[in-house]
Every structure is written in structure tokens, then in C-alpha cells.
Design a protein around this ligand. Structure first.
Ligand code: FES
Length: 69
């Protein structure tokens, strides 16, 4: 997942992925460019969509980084 990329590369993004991918925090919110969003392999599931609703600055191309593979 994108969260794994951040963790495995020691990227210092303050507070990113606070719930460690258990879909309970939305701190891993990512806004994609439309063309990149259109290329994602899977759409957001119900659990992800519910948590995205709580994300700050939600857009039509928002996803949770811990759910994007
Ligand atoms: Fe918490 Fe993605 S890391 S929802």
C-alpha cells in the first residue's frame, strides 16, 4: 500500500498513518490527480468511504493511502 511505502522508506510525514492501516484514522488521506486516480486498480470499499467522509479536504479523487495498492 502507499502507507507501506511511507513506512518502509522512513518518510517523515508527521502523523501520517496513525492507525497503522486499520482504517480508523484518515490521517493517510491522499488526493490524486484525476489521471492517476483513474488508473487505480480498485475502488474504495465501504469501510474506506466511511472513513474518507471524515477526512479533511475531501475531494472526488481522495483515497486512504493505507488502502491503495
Ligand atoms: Fe489510518 Fe489509513 S492509516 S485510515
Amino acid at each position: 500500500t502507499l502507507l507501506d511505502v511511507v513506512v518502509n522508506n522512513d518518510l517523515d510525514i508527521d502523523g501520517y498513518g496513525a492507525c497503522e492501516g486499520t482504517v480508523t484514522c484518515s490521517t493517510c488521506h491522499v488526493v490524486f490527480k484525476q489521471e492517476d486516480f483513474d488508473r487505480l486498480a480498485e475502488e474504495a470499499g465501504d469501510e474506506e468511504r466511511d472513513m474518507l467522509d471524515l477526512a479533511y479536504g475531501l475531494t472526488d479523487t481522495s483515497r486512504l493511502g493505507c488502502q491503495v495498492t
